[in-house]
Design a protein around this ligand. Sequence first.
Ligand code: PGA
Length: 260
Amino acid sequence: MEIIIQPSAEAASTLAARHVARLVREKPNAILGLATGSTPLALYRELIRLHRDDGLDFSHVTTFNLDEYVGLAPTHPASYHAFMHENFFAHLNVPASRIHIPDGLATDIPTHCRAYEDAISSAGGLDLQILGIGSDGHIGFNEPSSSLASRTRIKTLTPETRDDNARFFDSPASVPHHVITMGVGTIMDARQVLLLAFGEKKAHAIATAVEGPITAMNPASILQMHPVAKCLLDEPAATQLTRRDYYRWVFEQKPEWQKV
Ligand code: PGA
């Protein structure tokens, strides 16, 4: 894993956006895996700016989101459909037909999940997956103990994740218990992964994922096995890493052609 520590979440998000923009310029029909939550917001704002000011074109891009709450209609304000529309799709030109988000109202969830996996494969597989990390180490909604080989399926949220996400709902009790999420195996099949983590609340999950053993108890730790995974952190999220100085040194020594 490449660990990139930046002075602020803004700086890390700008780097991440530059990386995504480079992919989209080099491969206009890129297949992007997208995430929700607070973490990718600054990255999305920067991609929207690049679209508006520099003409970054998303008209041939296809997107697949990681997850959605079971039982929420796309019009529900806390649904990830609504989140993505409000924070991303309303502001740039990904055609609606190329946007994929799991359907929280699917009546036959296993069939829907298989179809989601098939759609990713038929599109050619994910070129790049953007990830946040839960304070419990989840990626997507793959909670601790998730199979590290899992595919898109239904999962039950931990009480910790329901608490973390209660801020998006009217009351803690209205946070759904179930979600549909890409599996850890689905994420691992992406050709590149960008994991973003900001704030001290993520420091323990990051230290465990990056420097701990690979374990289903911290699903993000499987990214140690990914051939092209970059982990972009702000200073507070990096505080529990024992080798921070080494990661900084590596980043500073990169040959020009290898820089993000
Ligand atoms: P957050 O969530 O970006 O809102 O902190 C991250 C996650 O749960 O994956």
